[in-house]
Design a protein around this ligand. Structure first.
Ligand code: AMP
Ligand code: ZN
Length: 440
């Protein structure tokens, strides 16, 4: 542990360290109330439960959760924007959304209760990383529909910390502010934190000239090696924090000083690990797909929401004194979504661009990498045979056109490489169109 962790603490021991039996009984009660609320207020849930012959009265304990239907991203798209709101619009005080996909994004509506719940979850995460009212916290997550900026902001304010709401980008300015205001904590994506750390070193600044002691980093997958590297660059403590818009944003789970998994805020969510093929529960510590049910949200509760994130969960008690279950690092996804520079990218979006462009065949590969701590995306596309006689400048024009289209439809810049006909792999079973060299 590179820095002082004396301020790291359990913010709400009455929940975070509650005996598991009592915690699970609380979860069962809250689950029943949530199911009743959505059954009475959201037609989609009523229809699905009716089809399965399940009523809210059948849901009394957490074991009953398996009687309930799953939900998934397409449900949110199909009911965009407010078809899954469980309260009248006037009770919704905020809408947040997920990065990436243009067209129909994923949005979530929050009541004041939901904002308070989310704020508490983030405050617990920040407190676990040592945040108190003595701290100055530079928030380098983006502010906007994305939950990172505002989420951490609320949590830090609840703890009385001095917030510097920088949002992301403009690395030189970030560093100037870190130095001048003497931030003791910083929060952003791990890749952006690494870039800031590397830039600080390149500028010849020694981390001892800064006051940074810790930070919470998430919104994208990262490895233990990346953490070691980041902690070395900035000589501080880097903690993992996990969340997703649909469930409430960052703070759904967070690391304690033991750094052996992220504690799930189980008084607010029920986490399950399922076999993505069969939907059945996996044993403790066995990898599978993470599924969440919110049990305190009122605006847009989610029942058995399939995150498609692959990880393990353990309910073994942690040395820190918390009794909540811990999830391991996200090691992959059960669908084909990739996260490039924080933007969710589906290969099908790129495909939809390619098939509309004359001159290229619908065969493509996406190669994701990481250079200078930033994600790179290369899109390899096959030229059609009848275009082989085209001049270099024709092909260059084609390349530029595809690149612009991808940027406008998907929202990320990609390097487009046009390859000769019939040179990309063909697939007999499921196509594997993504090569991820980031070693996550
Ligand atoms: P969004 O709702 O756009 O913020 O994206 C949520 C997704 O980001 C999650 O489903 C995960 O795939 C990913 N994510 C968030 N936090 C982490 C983390 N700490 N480690 C790995 N992946 C994360
Ligand atoms: Zn712990």
């Amino acid at each position: 542990m590179p820095k002082d962790t004396t301020n790291c603490r359990i913010l709400s021991p009455e929940y975070e360290s509650l005996e598991r039996e009592k915690l699970e009984s609380l979860q069962g009660k809250r689950l029943h109330d949530t199911v009743k609320h959505v059954y009475e207020n959201v037609p989609m849930y009523k229809e699905r439960m009716d089809a399965l012959g399940v009523t809210p009265d059948d849901i009394k304990t957490i074991d009953d959760i398996t009687k309930l239907p799953f939900t998934d991203k397409p449900d949110l798209r199909d009911h965009f924007p407010d078809g899954l709101f469980a309260v009248p619009r006037k009770e919704i005080v905020r809408v947040q959304g997920s990065s990436g996909t243009t067209g129909k994004p994923i949005v979530s509506g929050y009541t004041q209760n939901d904002i308070d719940v989310w704020t508490e979850m983030v405050a617990r995460a920040l407190a676990a990383a040592g945040c108190t009212d003595e701290d100055t916290i530079q928030i380098t997550y983006g502010y906007g529909l994305f939950t990172g900026g505002l989420g951490v902001h609320q949590g830090a304010s609840k703890l009385g910390a001095t917030v510097v709401p920088m949002s992301s980008g403009n690395t030189q300015r970030q560093i100037m502010m870190l130095k001048e205001l003497g931030a003791t904590m910083m929060c952003c994506t791990p890749s952006y934190a690494t870039l800031i750390g590397e830039t600080i070193r390149e500028m010849g600044i020694d981390p001892s000239e800064l006051k940074l002691k810790s930070g919470c980093f998430g919104a994208e997958p990262w490895t233990a090696e990346m953490r070691n590297n980041l902690e070395g660059l900035l000589d501080f403590n880097a903690f993992d924090i996990y969340g997703l818009t649909e469930i409430g944003g960052p703070g759904v789970a967070f690391e304690c000083t033991e750094k052996c998994g992220m504690h799930i805020n189980e008084d607010h969510v029920i986490a399950e690990i399922i076999n993505p093929e069969t939907g059945e529960h996996m044993p403790d510590s066995t990898p599978g797909e993470l599924v969440f049910t919110t049990i305190t949200k009122t605006g847009q509760p989610m029942i058995r929401y399939r995150t498609h994130d692959i990880c393990t969960i353990t309910k073994e008690k942690c040395a820190c004194g918390r009794t909540t279950a811990r999830m391991g690092r996200i090691t992959g996804r059960s669908d084909d979504m990739i996260i490039v520079r924080g933007v969710n990218v589906f290969p099908s979006q790129i495909e939809s661009v390619i098939v509309q462009i004359e001159g290229v065949a619908p065969h493509y590969m996406l190669v994701v990498g990481r250079e200078n701590s930033s994600d790179t995306l290369e899109v390899q596309i096959e030229l059609k045979e009848d275009m082989l006689s085209d001049t270099v400048s024709d092909i260059e024009n084609l390349r530029n056109k595809i690149s612009e289209q991808i940027k406008s439809v998907v929202g990320v810049s990609a390097k487009v490489t046009i390859v000769p006909p019939k040179t990309l792999p063909r697939f007999e079973g499921k196509a594997k169109r993504v090569i991820d060299n980031r070693k996550l």
